[in-house]
Design a protein around this ligand. Sequence first.
Ligand code: 5GP
Length: 117
Amino acid sequence: MTIFEKIVAGEIPCNKVLENDKFLAFNDINPKAPIHILIIPKKHFKNFQEMDATLMGKMTKFIQEVATLMGLDKSGYRLITNNGENGGQEVMHLHFHMLGGAKLNWTDAATDPQSTF
Ligand code: 5GP
């Protein structure tokens, strides 16, 4: 069981931002921007590549709701999902990183492999 599945099961606490029956949004424990929220489906999918397309449609709406709740719909944000080994995925349960609250840098991962965001 991944750490995010344990959060969904209530076995590990999280700083919750928004929740419904299918999805959960909570603050990242190691934020890389003033606002750094993780958004996950409660059902287990290893990563985006394995995600169900119909559920992804519902998740899109949930992600938009999180952005609006945080005021990021107006100021802007970055949405990232790391997929697999080369994508730098560490937790093997699909999650989107929502980053905002400041103007974010954009580095070239091809020339700066250490860059994260
Ligand atoms: P990945 O590298 O898989 O895309 O991102 C995993 C993210 O999960 C990292 O940003 C990391 O800080 C976050 N994270 C790992 N463990 C925990 C935890 O127990 N609680 C929370 N809230 N975030 C976590």
